[in-house]
Design a protein around this ligand. Sequence first.
Ligand code: G3P
Length: 217
Amino acid sequence: MRFFVDTADTGAIADLAATGLLDGVTTNPSLILKSGRQFLDVVREICALVDGPVSAEVVALDHATMMKEADVLRKIAANVCIKVPLTVDGLKTCKALTSEGTSVNVTLCFSANQALLAAKAGATFISPFVGRLDDNGFDGMELISDIRLIYDNYAFETEILVASVRTPVHVLAAAKIGADVLTAPPAVIHALFNHVLTDKGLAGFEADWQKSGQSIL
Ligand code: G3P
C-alpha cells in the first residue's frame, strides 16, 4: 500500500519525504486555507519535494471551468494529479482529462456506486472518505471492502485511495482489505511508528549499554 500525506504544510511534507516512506501528496481547498498560502505556490513547492502524484483540486462546479482550472494546474509539474469532485461535471472532466493522459483523483466519494461511476469515467484514483462516513454513523471501511470487490470483479485499474483517515486503525484496516493507496494527515503517519513496547525496550537497551561502559565509536 502506498502512503500519501494529506496536507498543504510543506515543512511536514519535506520531513516525511526524508523517511523515504512518502509516495505522494493530497491537498484540498480546506488544507490550502489552513496553510495560509497561495494555492499555486504551494502546489509548485510540493511537486518539487516529492516525485509521486500531487493532488491539486479544481474549485469550479461546471465542466468547462474545471477544464480551464485543470489546464493551469497540470502545467505546474508533470506529477500534478487533478482532483475533481464526484459530480456529473466532475466525472465529465475526469473522462476528458484521463483521455488526454492526465491523472485524475475523484474525491468526495461516499458510496460504492459512486466509485463504480468514477472507474467507468477512467479515474486514476478514487478517494472514499472513511473518517467522515464513520463520523456520520456509517462504516467507512465497509465501503473500502465493497469498492475493492467491485473493482476486482471488473478488473478496473482505478486505484482505491483511502482518504479522510483519522487513526492508525484505519491504516491497518485499509491494508488488510488491500487498498492501493492511503492518504493521512502527518500526525497519523507519525503515529504508525509508535509502540509502547518499542519505547520500553529501547530504554532498557540504552540503560544496559550505559552500564556496560562500552562504546561503539
Ligand atoms: O483530502 C481529503 C480528505 O482526506 C479529507 O479528510 O479529515 O477533512 O475528512 P477530512
